[in-house]
Design a protein around this ligand. Structure first.
Ligand code: NAP
Length: 263
């Protein structure tokens, strides 16, 4: 019997997750139906309740509901507990939450982009849900130094203290980093994020979690000669981990990523 999954968010019309999971299902022979649900901003829980009551088996959760999803769970995996946000829900007798963003980012940088994280210096821009979701995985990949910068400095301090990283104000960043990760949502709204020019040089990987548009961050990093990547590979890798959690089967990712990039 076809089992139902979906991505839930607000807005969610732009999400590539249904296309990605359709490719995964086809490649692995899994009989699933994966849709998208735009929940009203004040009705995340009710919308999830309805999906479960209709037999839904699991959800991916995106902006702005990842914290609400964490609270919705009866139990959570360590990755979600460390992040305090959930992007994957599994519906059985109990509701289990997980967070696959961190492993998705690490697999994209190490596997798809071929850059081992061990010993690397990393500047993480942002301290919201996405940043919270990736710090533990970056530290788990044994980065040499992790600095977190955020517009609201107190949030950078709170996150850095939780994971034993260093917090910085954008204007105080003076060193060049091996990897600079833009985990802010500024690119989504077309705003320019404060660009830490000193942090990015020709040897830097400038990684933007945003995908599907050429953000001001990517343009400024390219102008400095840096290697650039958007977050599409992370999206595919985090989806693959969610698929594995739900179905117990690992889908291929490189071919799916290549087809999304039109190659
Ligand atoms: P969020 O929880 O709303 O956090 C937003 C972050 O961006 C905060 O740190 C915020 O700083 C910062 N920010 C927003 N506008 C800014 C500006 N104009 N200048 C400087 N900082 C600004 O959002 P999120 O869940 O972390 O998502 C962040 C981004 O990651 C989104 O674009 C999302 O689409 C993307 N994402 C991609 C993937 C993927 O698979 N590729 C996965 C997850 C998320 P303050 O704390 O000062 O407000």
């Amino acid at each position: 019997m076809t089992e139902r999954y979906a991505v839930i968010g607000h807005p969610v019309a732009h999400s590539q997750s249904p296309a990605i999971h359709a490719c995964f299902a086809q490649a692995t022979g899994q009989d699933i139906d994966y849709g998208r649900i735009e929940a009203p901003l004040d009705a995340f829980e009710r919308t999830v309740d309805e999906f479960r009551a209709a037999g839904g088996k699991g959800l991916n959760v995106t902006l702005p509901f990842k914290q609400a999803a964490f609270r919705y769970c009866d139990e959570v995996a360590d990755r979600a507990r460390e992040a305090q946000v959930a992007n994957t829900l599994v519906f059985g007798e109990r509701v289990r939450g997980d967070n696959t963003d961190g492993i998705g980012l690490v697999r994209d940088i190490e596997g798809n982009l071929g850059l081992p994280l061990g010993g690397k210096t990393v500047l993480l821009m942002g301290a919201g849900g996405a940043a919270q979701g990736v710090v533990a995985a970056l530290l788990g990949a044994k980065v040499g130094r992790l600095v977190i910068a955020n517009r609201t400095f107190s949030r950078a301090q709170a996150l850095a203290a939780r994971v034993k990283a260093t917090a910085a104000r954008y204007e105080d960043v003076r060193d060049q980093f091996d990897i600079v990760i833009n985990a802010t949502s500024a690119g989504l709204s077309g705003e320019a994020v404060p660009f830490p020019a000193a942090a990015i040089g020709q040897a830097t990987l400038a990684y933007d979690l945003v995908y599907g548009r050429d953000t001001a961050f990517q343009q400024a990093a390219r102008a400095k000669g840096a290697r650039c990547s958007d977050g599409l590979g992370m999206l595919v890798e985090q989806a693959a981990e969610s698929f594995f959690i739900w179905r117990g089967v690992r889908p291929p990712t490189r071919s799916v990523l290549a087809s999304l990039r039109g190659r």
